[in-house]
Design a protein around this ligand. Structure first.
Ligand code: BJW
Ligand code: ZN
Length: 243
């Protein structure tokens, strides 16, 4: 870890210890050290395909079996993974800060597994299923048939996640925006900041007067206006900020 990074980390650490309200936006990068592939880059997430192609209602309508195969693979992968030091550091931070909220774009449930209680799952969960035709939904971690059916109406179930062009779950965006606009500090961890609406949270927080801190392996479109950009592994930087 470079010397100027250490100096920035000391400053952020001091700011965190004085903060009343902390909001933390997380993305796939926070779970990569748990062994879960990220969405973009390195040849695609699954069988060489960019997950962006699969995470679309049109793809599911056309090829539900292929999309379910992808999600069943994801469920099996995540079931074999554990939270890493970055998830645990955020759970620890929550115990110290008067008000803290994790706004995660991840669907893996690892923040909750690490002990975070205040978590908003912006893009849903791998462990939730919804009926495509009626209001039925369920939570389960079991292995599923290739095309799971609704026990109420017999139609196809779908993953309880948010695909491109779909609205975030009811109440989720307003709760997230509430936290973002009240934050003294917004940490933005392991997200490429390409997908809306999460990508605009840093702008909103900044306008509302928050200090914005990015933790990422590399620069993103939002790096330029961050107050602090900490380049490195989330699993190393977050524990150092909280220790
Ligand atoms: C590390 C690390 C380590 C690696 N340490 N760092 C306004 C303008 C333009 C477009 C739109 C707009 N508003 C809405 C849209 C459309 C669309 C959108 O944003 N498109 C863009 C691509 C242009 N948004 C939507 O459709 C959203 N819905 C919506 O806005 O509804 C209202 C509406 C509807 C219709 C029209 C207009 C408005 C819904 C978005 C849903 C996204 N869904 C997915 C799939 C979820 C289910 C699943 O998991 O399968 O969510 S796509 C995928 O991307 C997933 C992720 O949550 C999301 C973000 O990805 P993330 O987390 O940033 O991961 P990566 O891989 O991109 O980045 C990883 C980062 O980690 C990298 O930067 C690495 O460097 C870093 N990293 N290891 C630290 N160890
Ligand atoms: Zn049904």
């Amino acid at each position: 870890i470079a010397e100027n990074l250490i100096a920035k980390m000391e400053t952020v650490k001091a700011l965190l210890s004085g903060a009343r309200h902390v909001a933390v936006l997380t993305g796939a990068g926070i779970s990569s050290e748990s062994g879960i592939p990220t969405f973009r880059g390195n040849g695609g997430m699954w069988q060489g395909e960019q997950a962006e192609e699969l995470a679309r209602p049109e793809t599911f309508a056309r090829e539900p079996e292929r999309v379910w195969e992808f999600y069943n693979w994801r469920r099996a992968t995540v079931a074999g993974c554990e939270p890493n030091p970055a998830h645990r550091a955020l759970a620890e931070l929550e115990r110290r800060v008067p008000e803290m909220m994790v706004l995660t774009q991840n669907v893996d449930g690892l923040h909750q597994q690490a002990g975070s209680r205040n978590v908003i799952e912006m893009h849903g969960s791998l462990w939730r299923l919804h009926c495509t035709q009626c209001t039925y939904f369920e939570e389960n971690r079991e292995s599923l048939p290739p095309l799971p059916e609704c026990p109420r109406c017999g139609n196809l179930l779908r993953p309880g996640v948010v695909w491109f062009g779909e609205a975030l779950p009811r109440g989720v965006l307003s709760a997230a925006l509430d936290s973002v606009s009240r934050a003294d500090i917004l940490l933005v961890v392991g997200t490429s900041s390409l997908v809306q609406p999460a990508a605009s949270f840093a702008h909103i927080a900044k306008r509302a007067g928050a200090v914005c801190v990015e933790v990422n392996l590399e620069a993103t479109p939002n790096t330029g206006f961050m107050d602090f950009a900490l380049h490195g592994k989330a699993g190393e930087i977050l524990p150092a900020l909280v220790e």
